[in-house]
Design a protein around this ligand. Structure first.
Ligand code: GRF
Length: 189
């Protein structure tokens, strides 16, 4: 199974996926990293690992349909089966969705449908909920709205700082994402 990972920032989930492949916990090939931010930290990581990359600057394109058309070409060229959004800070448009519907998944740091959108960890923290967590879902045209595939809860302890919550959530992400991708692959989805 050929994967594409899309990331815009740090890339800790990219790292977790690379590591799971390297240790044979994930039976897949990472064929390309797609990155919409030429200054993202994930680019250094991908260089070090030798992951092929398509890095672009959305400002260099007329509109989303234009850069997504280019992305589709890149993904088809790499024979990508499954698209993994891992901190891709952009709503996917119809051009990309059309080609990868039911073959594109996202990870979100809350128990959806609670706290969709930006800074889900901060939203949960400010709301004072006692449980939050991580959701992996198929991507549709909405913001964090597609069919849910997997969820794992994270308890928010008394006196927990925002930073501690973020760390706890990321720790869950780093095992839940590779594991869920492997389950999808085993099921032949
Ligand atoms: C993760 O918390 C993910 O849930 C959200 O963006 C963050 C990406 O982190 N969609 P990283 O770049 O993988 O470290």
């Amino acid at each position: 199974t050929k994967l594409a990972v899309f990331a815009s920032g740090t890339g800790s989930n990219y790292d977790a996926i690379v590591e799971a492949i390297r240790t044979n916990q994930l039976d897949a090939e990472l064929t390309i990293l797609v990155c919409d931010n030429p200054n993202a930290k994930v680019i250094e990581k991908a260089k070090a690992n030798g992951t092929p990359m398509f890095v672009f600057d959305p400002k260099q394109y007329v509109d989303k349909a234009m850069f997504e058309t280019k992305i589709v070409e890149v993904l088809q060229e790499a024979s990508v089966d499954l698209v993994i959004l891992a901190g891709y800070m952009r709503l996917v448009g119809p051009t990309l969705l059309q080609h990868f519907e039911d073959r594109m998944i996202n990870i979100h740091p809350s128990l959806l449908p609670a706290f969709p959108g930006l800074d889900a960890i901060g939203q949960a923290f400010d709301a004072g909920v006692k449980v939050s967590g991580v959701t992996i879902h198929f991507v549709d045209q909405g913001m964090d709205t597609g069919k849910i595939i997997a969820q794992e809860a994270v308890k928010i302890e008394e006196n927990m700082t925002r930073e501690a919550l973020q760390q706890a959530i990321q720790k869950v992400e780093h095992h839940l994402y590779p594991q869920t991708i492997q389950q999808l692959i085993s099921r032949g989805e």
